[in-house]
Design a protein around this ligand. Structure first.
Ligand SMILES: *Cc1c(COP(=O)(O)O)cnc(C)c1O
Length: 574
């Protein structure tokens, strides 16, 4: 504790950017993330540390994790809590604050995990925890499950994250120059700030004007990640009043958060000076969804060092020294001899084959074109699009392709779980003709093994639902070629036949929802048959040239160092 307080004192000396996220993937074995949002938050912090940014982060402890995934032989997913001990990785701090929930004072404490960079930079991450003896049993469980429970549970978590987060940073002695909300889950922090920046009543003639929204706006940055209206967190006002009470006058809250429900996105939009979407197209989609707001776009990136496998790290170290902290050096990828690049790829592929053998018993060959698909199992990602016409797939791919799947469905997402069962059915049906494996418990480590070990990274979201997507950027860092619907980041990264291949219509072509599956799968089969399979087996030099382009054009740009430099110049120091 002594050492810790010393360290905190050191930390609080300089004003900080405070990054708030419901989930953060700081470490593979700290199960406080569920998917892309959390891994992006982790990459943000890792780049922040590398670039020596004055940054700290706040999230929830999620002491029982998201969940541990079990899948039976029929593809039925069941969930178990994750057992992990924060004390293994983090230090418990002595500071405590309270928040009022349903009229009860709920105590909140924090654990500190420090992401340290070889450059000497570091970012402290504070994990908020309500599991304290003075709290009622139900309040002790508020920080147990990531995205668990009902609407009321979620609102309580967001009170702890947003309001509790601001209070505990204040209690620790931090001066914050910007609050960056990663998605709307943390927007209640704006209400706590409104209270703190309230003008004395005698200075103003109208009671509404004591609420100094301008000062709060100047402090807040908001990144939205959700391209559809239905995806935004909204809470009925009766629930809000029951849980939070009249935190600020109702009339003021309704003005900022919406008249029908408390819309967390609207609240953040109304109280942030800088707002952005996570890819150029997503910025446009967000502007149409929220007319009247100035919304910029900063396209996501991934942390280059974290998302490059060992064999590629070794090659980059030799031919592009300094690449990890200066991913722009990928521009010189042409210096790496073809054979060296190919061998690094085969090494990663053999590692994946060995992993598959170990966890499923299935023999995968490193000489067969391997296609990977791993991400959250949720309907819009269409994990089963490849099986839309199984006969055709078999004609094209019999003994020529093998498939690796992975991904968790949210415990309450029945259609998502059905997707997993569908893949298991096809796996049985195609047995011995097209080998398929489904690796359970998709996490950062499994992710890197799959992403770096396949030849082609498949992505089939229903447009325009993929705000950005980041797994394809990870693939590019390992010379793996993207084969994807033109949505999110791929609109910016795709050059046909050069960095990878597109599936379906161009972004400006309207795609009537009802025939999207047919059109997209037709194109998928066509390109697989006429381009991808022939080039892979017969034109290896062309394939290797494309691998170089993926690295030299895609990894060069779609990394979180570039992303963070843009947040600094456009959002943090404005
Ligand atoms: C990168 C990553 C994601 C994001 O995948 P997308 O397909 O881009 O949505 C999700 N989960 C994990 C574990 C990841 O590492």
């Amino acid at each position: 504790m002594q050492k810790n307080n010393q360290q905190l004192l050191e930390l609080t000396r300089e004003p900080k950017i405070a990054y708030f996220s419901m989930e953060i993937g700081v470490h593979n074995d700290i199960p406080t993330y569920s998917g892309g949002l959390g891994v992006l938050a982790g990459d943000t912090i890792r780049s922040g540390a590398d670039l020596n940014l004055p940054m700290i982060a706040v999230t929830l402890l999620s002491s029982k994790g998201y969940f541990q995934q079990e899948i039976d032989d029929n593809g039925r997913q069941t969930e178990q809590p994750v057992e992990w001990d924060p004390a293994t990785y983090m230090e418990l701090l002595g500071h405590k604050i309270t928040v009022l929930i349903e009229g009860r004072e709920v105590s909140v404490q924090a654990w500190q995990y420090t992401v340290a960079s070889l450059t000497g930079g570091f970012v402290a991450v504070f994990f908020l925890d309500t599991d304290l003896p003075e709290n009622a049993p139900e309040d002790r469980a508020i920080t147990s499950y990531l995205y668990g429970g009902d609407e009321a549970y979620r609102l309580k978590q967001e009170i702890v994250l947003g309001i509790g987060g601001v209070r505990i940073l204040h209690e620790m002695g931090f001066e914050i120059k910007k609050y960056h909300m990663n998605e709307g889950h943390a927007s209640l922090l704006t209400l706590e700030l409104l209270k703190r920046y309230k003008k004395p009543i005698e200075d103003v003639w109208d009671e509404q004007l004591v609420w100094d929204t301008d000062s709060v706006k100047n402090l807040c940055v908001f990144t939205t990640h959700t391209p559809v209206e239905a995806g935004h967190d909204k809470f009925p006002y009766d629930l809000v009043y029951k849980t939070l009470g009249e935190f600020i006058p109702f009339s003021v809250l309704h003005g900022l958060g919406g008249t029908d429900n408390l819309n967390m996105t609207l609240l953040a939009l109304n109280l942030s000076r800088y707002i952005n979407g996570v890819a150029k197209k997503h910025g446009e989609v967000s502007k149409n969804m929220f007319p009247g707001y100035e919304i910029s776009a900063i396209t996501n990136g991934v942390h280059s060092y974290t998302w490059t496998c060992d064999s590629f790290q070794a090659v980059y170290d030799e031919y592009l020294p300094g690449w990890a902290n200066e991913p722009e050096l990928f521009v010189r990828v042409g210096r790496i001899p073809d054979e060296i690049l190919w061998n690094a790829h085969q090494e990663a592929k053999k590692r994946l084959c060995a992993h598959i053998k170990k966890v499923t018993g299935t023999d995968f060959s490193p000489d067969i074109l391997t296609i990977g698909f791993a991400r959250r199992a949720t309907t819009y990602k269409r994990a089963d699009l490849l099986f839309r016409d199984v006969k055709r797939l078999l004609q094209i791919g019999n003994n020529k392709i093998q498939l690796v799947y992975s991904g968790k469905a949210h415990p309450k997402d029945e259609p998502g779980k059905q997707l997993i069962r569908n893949i298991f059915e096809h796996k049985k049906y195609l047995k011995d003709k097209i080998k398929i494996v489904y690796l359970k418990n998709y996490d950062m480590a499994t992710g890197l093994t799959i992403i770096s070990g396949v030849d082609v990274w498949l992505n089939t979201p229903l447009r325009p639902l993929e705000a950005s997507g980041t797994s394809g950027m990870k693939a590019a860092h390992n010379g793996v070629l993207n084969f994807s619907v033109l949505d999110g980041w791929w609109i910016e990264g795709h050059i046909e036949g050069f960095t990878g291949w597109a599936i379906g219509p161009t972004p400006d072509e309207l795609n009537p929802e009802n025939d999207a599956d047919a059109r997209d799968s037709d194109d998928l089969y066509l390109k697989l048959e006429q381009k991808i399979i022939p080039i892979y087996y017969n034109e290896r030099p062309v394939w290797i040239r494309m691998m170089q382009n993926a690295i030299g054009k895609n990894a060069y740009y779609f990394n979180s160092h570039r992303m963070m430099r843009r947040y600094v110049t456009e959002a943090y120091i404005r």
